[in-house]
Design a protein around this ligand. Structure first.
Ligand SMILES: O=P(O)(O)OC[C@H]1O[C@H](O)[C@H](O)[C@@H](O)[C@@H]1O
Length: 546
């Protein structure tokens, strides 16, 4: 059950929105020149502007009351304190310990985990240095030029997204990522590789995930075939919490990097799962990445609500979903290198908050997490922004843009990028009335009948909410901050929904059925017992199989 107080507060907020005409953002801007100053937060070089969302003082008061009633701050403190808040799996949730650069003790079951965290970081650093410098070579003594991360979900999306995002700092070996069980993925990757100079990282928290184990076996066979069975050890390493299972795969203990069950897969980029990123950008830059996240952890723990970026972002997310009823949100980074950030946030957000029951097992009231999607700008502008501007669904848009790119000689292109980003949020908020559309057409000398007919198509309702992050440059530190902000936003929303954001039972059923279907698809068992659609599809595929 949701706390009765929160239910009442949500309906109160709905009335506040109507009574105060909060969704008329356009008018709010014209009537209050201080609006931007009131509804934006600055944290060092980072600016979080939510003034283009449908908020006013009363709405914010309501959201603040909601956060209090849902005990968001208490829940946050319980997470940082190492309480077993993942109640369905009986685990603490301590990805924050992985980036705890102040090194203060973090207790799990009364034991400080920081010495273990630091020991793994040191081992990763030494291994990464060895690969980058060439001190650690392949079996034939050649320097490693290509590193292939084999993992899926949280053991893939973080490193792949981060490696793209931090490309300007990438001075280590080339990186490749293989996730899909579709043989095309590994086959296309192996084609690019020279076995003698390739290193495979098998990354899996559980070391049981079928996609990863299957791809790892294919990669192992590739090395064994090209260089002989004895060479395998020098071309593999592993990252996992299941150290016994890794040993059984045949990877030497000095090439196994561990982490712990209190790190959720989708929160694991800060752990040894980040090893490929560290190899790409070096341990100093990786340290900066951790430091950025740590700075947000401190901010999230200590900043008052109205200055607390993850708190505000979470409250706005809840507001959009459960008060205003918007079913999706778009993540629109104006940074080509953040092209996989929306996909990363899809897992982070949708796997965390896509739940239907509250902590006590009863149905969630209202809605839980929204659909999260997006693409970098400006590309999206030429594809789906039409619907965001004029479609019948309101889609809150979340923009992010750096003041500086990494290509000083292409400053003019960066300025164009900035202009586009700001123009989109301005257009969404302001819109264009029928009168404005008509006046613009008349100014172009178009004839009256044509204007009457066409002008309605050129109307933009406006009042479409968006928020914008601005920062100096996408450095490892800033990137760490951005991810940590979104992690904590997911936490805040989960606390407001009163759900467990840290399990993922919803992925189980499909896995179970796939295991059962494999012998049917292989033609070894009949499809009896399956529904007629599934049986019909199996029959069609078997008939066509060569
Ligand atoms: O790291 P692994 O144990 O291989 O898990 C990889 C992924 O698979 C699972 O199905 C979960 O839904 C994800 O949360 C997880 O990140």
């Amino acid at each position: 059950m949701n706390a009765p107080a929160t239910t009442a507060l949500v309906s109160q907020l709905k009335s506040t929105v109507t009574d105060t005409k909060a969704t008329d953002i356009r008018t709010a801007f014209t009537s209050d020149p201080e609006r931007f100053a009131k509804y934006s937060v600055t944290l060092d070089d980072m600016l979080f502007d939510y003034s283009k969302c449908a908020v006013n003082e009363k709405v914010l008061d309501g959201l603040e009351a909601l956060a209090k009633a849902a005990k968001v701050a208490e829940k946050r403190d319980a997470m940082f304190a190492g309480e077993a808040i993942n109640i369905t799996e009986g685990r603490a949730v301590l990805h924050t310990a992985l980036r705890n650069r102040s090194n203060t003790p973090v207790l799990v079951d009364g034991r400080d985990v920081m010495p273990d965290v630091n020991a793994v970081l040191d081992a990763m650093g030494a291994f990464s240095d060895g690969i980058r410098s060439g001190a650690l070579t392949g079996a034939t003594g050649k320097k490693i030029t290509d590193v292939v991360n084999i993992g899926i979900g949280g053991s893939d999306l973080g490193p792949v997204m981060a490696t793209l995002a931090l490309a300007p700092a990438h001075d280590g070996p080339r990186l490749h990522f293989v996730s899909n069980v579709d043989g095309a993925h590994i086959a296309d990757t192996l084609k690019l590789l020279d076995a003698e100079t390739s290193l495979f990282i098998v990354a899996s928290k559980t070391f049981t995930t079928i996609e990863t184990m299957t791809n790892a076996a294919t990669a192992r066979a590739f090395i064994a075939e090209k260089l002989g069975e004895k060479a395998v050890g020098k071309h593999f390493c592993a990252v996992s919490t299941a150290l016994d299972k890794v040993a059984a795969f045949g990877i030497d203990s000095d090439r196994i990097f561990g982490f712990w069950d209190w790190v959720g897969g989708r929160y694991s980029v800060w752990s040894a799962i980040g090893l490929p990123l560290m190899i790409a950008i070096g341990k100093e830059n990786f340290g900066e990445f951790l430091a950025g996240a740590h700075s947000i952890d401190n901010h999230f723990r200590t900043a008052p609500l109205r200055e607390n970026i993850p708190m505000l972002l979470g409250l706005l997310g809840f507001y959009h979903r459960n008060v205003l009823g918007y079913p999706t949100r778009a993540i629109l980074p104006y940074d080509q290198r953040l092209s996989r950030f929306p996909a990363y946030l899809q897992q982070l957000d949708m796997e965390s908050n896509g739940k239907g029951v509250t902590l006590d097992g009863t149905a969630v009231e209202g809605n839980s997490g929204p659909v999260v999607w997006g693409e970098p700008g400006t590309n999206g502008q030429h594809a789906f922004y039409q619907l965001i501007h004029q479609g019948t669904s309101v889609i809150p848009a979340e923009f992010m843009i750096a003041a500086n790119g990494h290509e000083p000689h292409l400053r003019h292109q960066h300025q164009l990028l900035i202009a586009n980003c700001l123009a989109q949020s301005e257009a969404l908020m302001k819109g264009r009335t029928l009168e404005e559309a008509k006046a613009q057409m008349a100014a172009k000398g178009q004839d009256a009948a044509f204007i009457e007919r066409i002008a309605p198509h050129r109307v933009f309702t406006g009042n479409r909410p968006s928020l914008t992050f601005v920062y100096d440059q996408m450095t490892p530190f800033t990137f760490g901050r951005l991810i940590a902000i979104y992690e904590h936003r997911v936490f805040v929303e989960g606390a407001l929904f009163n759900i467990n954001s840290f399990d993922q039972w919803g992925v189980e059923l499909g896995k179970e059925l796939a295991t059962g279907l494999l012998p049917v698809v292989e033609g070894k068992e009949s499809a009896e017992g399956h529904d007629s659609s599934t049986a019909g599809l199996v029959a069609a595929l078997l008939k066509a199989a060569k």
